[in-house]
Every structure is written in C-alpha cells, then in structure tokens.
Design a protein around this ligand. Structure first.
Ligand SMILES: Cc1cc2nc3c(=O)[nH]c(=O)nc-3n(C[C@H](O)[C@H](O)[C@H](O)COP(=O)(O)OP(=O)(O)OC[C@H]3O[C@@H](n4cnc5c(N)ncnc54)[C@H](O)[C@@H]3O)c2cc1C
Length: 375
C-alpha cells in the first residue's frame, strides 16, 4: 500500500535537509528519505567546515548570497545553534588572474565593502603567508565558516520541528512517474507517492535519473582536504589568520584553526573521477605531495606533514553551475544537483527556491544557468 505525501525529498544532505525545512515550513506534509543515517560521511555535506562568502567571480552567485546568509541566520534563531562564523577572508591573487580580477569586479559591482591589501600590507597583517611581490589580497569581513555536520543536523532538526517526517536507512531504489506526480519504492519494499518529489541525492543522482530516461552530464570526483599542525598555534587562530582562497591556475583554499588546533587546506577540484558507490576513501598521494610542497612554499610555519586527511565527493557539471530544475515533461520532479564543490553555502537558498517553486510562490523565474535541459 503506497503512502501519500504532499512532497517527498530524497537525500538528507545540505540540499535535501534545506528543501525539507522550507517545504515543511510552507505547511506541506513532507517526507525526507536518507539511505544512510543523517550525518554520514559518504557524500558531500560532512566534516567540520565549509566556506561561506559573498566574494565570487560571478554576479550570478554573489547576487544570491545575501539571501543565503539571511536564511542561515533564520535557521540559527530557529534552532538556537550558532552556524555562521564570520571570521573574515581574503582572495589572494593579482589582476592578471581572471578569477581574482572578476571577484574584485563583482564586489565593486554589488558595492560589497572590502579592503585591498598590497603585498606589503599582507606581509604585515598575515605574516604566516609567504607573499610574492605582485600579490594582492581582497579582505572581506563577511567571509566565514559553516560547521558542515552541525548545519545538516540543524536543518533536519528544524524540518522535523516544522512537521517533516524523516526516514533513515531508507534507500530509494525506483522512481515512477504517475499522472499526479511520482511514486517511489524503497529497498525494503515500502512505497510512497507525492505530487512533488525533490531529488537531492548528490553524487548518487545520475543512477536514479537514468531509469526515467533522463540524464545529466554529472561527473563525480573524490576530493580531499588535509589538516596541518602549526608550529605556533596562536598564529593561526581566527582572529589572526583568515579563511583564504588563492587564485592560481588551481584554487587553493584554507581555514584558520576552527574548533581545534589544525589548519585545513585543500585544492579545489582535480580529484580522481569515481562514482558514489565505487569511491575509495584513499587519499590521492600525488595531490598530497603537491599540497605539501604548496605548504612549504606559502605557509612555512605549518608542519608540512598533514596530521589528517578527509575525503569527500564533488558532483560536477561541465559549466560548474548548479541544476535546480525539472526535466522537461516531468514537472513533478525537481532535481537539485551538480553543486560542483561550491554549493554548501547556498543550501537554504536552494531549499527556499525549491519550496517556492513547489508552492507556486517563486520570487524569481528559474534561471537559465540552473536549467536541467541546458546541456
Ligand atoms: C572537500 C569539499 C569541500 C567543499 N567546500 C565547500 C565550501 O567551502 N563551501 C561551499 O559552499 N561548498 C563546499 N563544498 C560543496 C558542498 O559541500 C556540496 O555542494 C554540498 O554538500 C552538496 O550537498 P548535497 O546535499 O547535494 O549532497 P550530499 O551531501 O551528498 O547529499 C545527498 C544525500 O542523498 C542521499 N541519497 C543518495 N541516494 C539516495 C537514495 N537512493 N535514497 C535515499 N537517500 C539517498 C545520500 O546518502 C546523501 O546523504 C565542498 C565539498 C567538498 C567535497
């Protein structure tokens, strides 16, 4: 016997948790399904930290971030938990690096306050860095840290407080279009149906779409972050060391010591292509060797031998833009996928966008760069 709901969300990562929070908040009888336990470490939303920032090299993203900040703060007051840690951050680079140049341009375009730090300023303010002569820093005070694992549990908790039903260890194995929406079957044989189903399955999205005759060019990569021990811990506390993004051919990003005494650093993109079920959890030694060398050069007061390595999955679209849309002819299904390693900070905004679409209260038309059929 199939159980019916107003909306079903598949996946309790940051996107599914956000969608369930906003859908239940809109008064819909919402079912949230998670194949593992909330907070598991097999997908993309786990770990101690994610960067939240206004500074982007794209107006498309900067424009939507103030609303994302506001929603994270709404979640903070609703759950009584502190989530947005505005410690400040810098974009390091120079005008001849397109992404750095565009980031500065976007900050100016949206009149977002920032400070330009010359290499001399950088050496004085952040002596932890080895600063090349032509390097410039864009300091932005709203850049911060989101405690990823705690954010996901706060979203799911808030969704349940608003009336959503959570089923864990509930793996969806089949989706079936119906006249009035979709029905789905769980691994344990249970069936559920709703006029609206949100597919927020992260790196597991592709295999769930195929049987529906729909496909997205999603590439799953296993990325890794490394934790380094400072020789002088106090120098890397948030009041003395920023969140940073270094704009080179590849992005290198990092965090001050956050809820611990280690400095987290990673390369953005570049991990081996894999699938959600075949990934190894094994560190990529070549990338690690590269990162050790980067630390020796750029942050010499860190011990270059990492204390801990964490792996995590990106689900990449070819253009690195998100998919938040319905496949044509399948209006009952909203797919939220392809967050390409930069979606966490947008979680609640994605949730709100989905809920507005489901309730017909959308404040903006679906953006063509988030379209399902754009590829
Ligand atoms: C190393 C790393 C660093 C990052 N840094 C940042 C950052 O600093 N700032 C930022 O904004 N973003 C960052 N990101 C990106 C961000 O973390 C992701 O974009 C985001 O977590 C994607 O969330 P998701 O909910 O789509 O995916 P997931 O968290 O993977 O959630 C999908 C969920 O669906 C469940 N699921 C899948 N299939 C089924 C099924 N059949 N039945 C039931 N449940 C199912 C899975 O178990 C999973 O829990 C980073 C990502 C990584 C990997």
């Amino acid at each position: 016997m199939s159980k019916s709901w107003d909306a079903i969300v598949i996946g309790a990562g940051v996107m599914g948790g956000s969608a369930a929070w906003r859908l239940a908040g809109a008064g819909l009888r919402t079912l949230l399904l998670e194949q593992f336990a909330v907070g598991h470490e097999r997908g993309s939303s786990h770990g101690p930290s994610r960067i939240i920032r206004l500074s982007y090299d794209e107006a498309l993203y900067t424009e939507r971030m103030p609303r994302a900040y506001a929603l994270w703060e709404e979640l903070e007051s609703e759950t009584g938990s502190r989530l947005v840690h505005r410690v400040g951050g810098i974009d390091l680079g120079s005008p001849d690096v397109p992404s750095w140049h565009d980031t500065r341009h976007t900050l100016e375009q949206f009149e977002i306050p920032f400070e330009t730090l010359t290499s001399t300023d950088l050496r004085r303010r952040f002596p932890q860095f080895t600063v090349p002569d032509n390097e410039i820093g864009l300091w932005q005070a709203d850049t911060g840290i989101l405690p990823a694992g705690r954010c996901v549990s706060a979203l799911v908790r808030a969704a349940r407080q608003r009336g959503a039903t959570l089923l864990e260890d509930a793996r969806v194995v089949a989706l079936q279009p119906q006249d009035d929406g979709l029905s789905l079957r769980l691994e344990n044989g249970e069936e559920h149906s709703a006029p609206q189903v949100v597919l927020a399955a992260g790196p597991w999205t592709g295999p769930l779409l195929e049987p529906l005759g729909r496909a997205l060019p999603l590439e799953v990569t296993q990325e890794q972050v490394a934790y380094f021990r400072p020789r002088h811990g106090e120098a890397f506390q948030p009041d003395r060391f920023p969140v940073f993004i270094r704009h080179e051919e590849e992005f290198v990003y990092g965090f001050p010591c956050f809820e611990g005494d280690l400095v987290k650093i990673a390369l953005h993109h570049g991990g081996p292509v894999t699938t959600a079920d075949e990934r190894t959890f094994e560190p990529d030694e070549a990338a690690l060797t590269h990162l050790r060398g980067w630390v020796v050069t750029h942050l010499p007061s860190l011990d270059p031998e990492p204390v801990r390595i964490e792996t995590c999955l990106y689900t990449n679209t070819p253009d690195r833009d998100f998919v938040i849309d319905s496949p044509s002819g399948l209006d009952g299904l909203i797919v939220a996928a392809g967050f390409s390693g930069h979606g966490f900070k947008f979680g609640p905004w994605v949730g709100e966008t989905i809920a507005e679409r489901v309730t017909g209260r959308a404040s903006e038309a679906p953006h063509p760069r988030f379209a399902f059929d754009r590829f």
